[in-house]
Structure formats: C-alpha cells, structure tokens
Ligand binder design. Structure first.
Ligand SMILES: [Zn+2]
Length: 281
C-alpha cells in the first residue's frame, strides 16, 4: 500500500491494482474563501499550492473516493477534473444521489467494492448540534487481500464509533485528520491533539496524520504534533507526511483480519438534503 499525500486530506492511495484519489481539493492556493467564520486568522484557502508533482500523480488515478462533500474534500476544481476524465467516483450511499446530480459516475461503497473487504464507518464531524449541521461523513475501512488494511476516519472527533471501529477491525494503518479545525463557531470539528494521542495509543498499527497546514481554520502545525507525540513516546507509530511525500506500508503477516460488519449504513435524510446545499457544484 502506498499513500501519496498531496495536500490537506487529498491523497493517492494505491491498494493493489487500484490507485484511488481520496477527497480531492484541487483548487489553486487562495481560490476558495476562508473557512474561519469568526475570530482572528481568516484567510483565503487553500493556504498552499498543490505540490509540483501533483499533475503526474493525479493522472495515475483509477478512481476517486469521496468521504463527504465539504469543499476541502471535493471542490469545484476537482469536480471539473473528474468529469473531464470520466473517472468512477466511489462514495457511501449517503452521498451517492447528491454526487450523481453533479454528473459524476458514482458507485456506492459497500463490502466487496473494488474487490476489498470494506466497511463504511460514519463519522461525527464536530460536537452537538454543530456536528449535525456539518452533515454526514463516511469513514472507510478498506482491506485488500495483499495489502495492509486501512481505516480512513475522515473528518471526525473522537466519538465512541471511531474507537469501536479501531478495536473491532484492528486496521494496520489509520489515517486521521489532525488540524483541530475550528470555524470560530460551534466548537472544534476535528480531533483535538489530546484526542489524537488517545487514538494513536489505541491504534494497533501505524497512524498517518493529515489535514494540516493547508486551511485557515486548522491551527495545529506538523511541528506542534511532532513535539507532542515525542513527549508522549508515540513518535515511532506516526507518520506526518509533507505535501507530496509518499509513504509505503506492507501487510504484516502475523495479523489476523476480522470481517467488516455488513449493513445498509446511514441513509440520506434531512441532514444530507440541507448540507448538500453548501457543497461545491
Ligand atoms: Zn475537512
């Protein structure tokens, strides 16, 4: 398995024969408005450009995997790019209809998709009423027979469902957003650094931290995280890739692999209807 980190949550995930472009935000630096609605620090996003190698890496994609419809995970530039190539877009049932209305060739992710063991793990993107307003988010557990299993939490706070998925599925690699995003209203909408420490301790294997230093409402820096993880004695379990860096993981052969839970998963309702209005078109 290879994980090429492009920027924020955008990555090229190589799993066997698949090269999945995860959560593409392809806008030029400064092309999107600030996400910090109140308080200091509002700047136009993304804060940084895509790395120089991005066009060639993007060209290698065989499909796109979308965890939710926020513009830092699927923006207008990415929609244009996907439509021009006609690439299949994998999403959970909750986002599928909305993405189809945007002219995308959507395939719903379920167990067996892409020839993988798969589970959709719904994430909570904030606390209380604000999490509802942030809309549904789908984390994905993906296990290719020849590759390490990976759990992409997507945008989440440390809800019980995340820890339950880690304990039950025992993913070899966890990928989690670490920017501690806060829009200045409604409280924090991603893991705090304390929550990340708890997640790293609980994870059975490696943890890749992303969603850093690319958006105005994500205050945590890579340097902050490295320092804290070193203080906790956890630096050896964690990768914090630079934009453009590729990480490589091999499947540990002594690791039993549990079966994912099969179920219909969440269905689009009022929450999806309302929050889809704020997504890129
Ligand atoms: Zn995000």
């Amino acid at each position: 398995m290879k994980y090429r980190h492009l920027r924020n949550a955008t990555a090229l995930l190589t799993l066997g024969e698949h090269r999945l472009l995860v959560d593409p935000m392809l806008a030029d630096a400064g092309a999107l408005p600030g996400f910090k609605l109140f308080g200091a620090g509002r700047r136009r996003n993304p804060l940084v450009p895509l790395p120089a190698g991005a066009p060639a890496w993007l060209d290698a994609a065989t499909g796109v995997l979308v965890t939710h419809e926020h513009p830092d995970h699927l923006d207008a530039a990415a929609l244009r790019w996907i439509r021009a190539r006609g690439l299949p877009v994998w999403s959970s049932h909750v986002d599928a209809a909305s993405l189809r209305r945007k002219g995308l060739a959507v395939r719903e992710v379920h167990d067996g998709s892409l020839g993988l063991d798969v589970e959709v793990v719904p994430a909570r993107h904030g606390h209380g009423w604000f999490a509802w307003l942030m809309g549904p988010v789908s984390g994905y557990y993906l296990a290719h027979p020849d590759e390490p299993s990976v759990y992409l939490t997507s945008d989440a706070v440390l809800a019980d469902a995340v820890l339950e998925a880690v304990d039950r599925l025992q993913p070899d690699v966890v990928v989690a957003p670490a920017g501690a995003a806060d829009m200045g209203v409604g409280g924090r909408i991603l893991f705090s650094v304390d929550e990340l420490v708890a997640l790293v301790r609980r994870a059975p294997g490696r943890v890749v931290l992303n969603h850093l230093e690319a958006l105005d409402h994500c205050p945590t820096t890579r340097a902050d995280l490295r320092e804290r993880l070193r203080a906790e004695g956890l630096q050896g379990k964690v990768d914090i890739p630079e934009d453009g860096e590729e990480l490589q993981f091999t499947r540990p052969d002594d690791h039993a692999r549990p079966h994912p839970r099969v179920g219909p998963g969440p269905r689009p309702g009022l929450q999806k209807w309302l929050t889809a209005r704020m997504a890129a078109t």
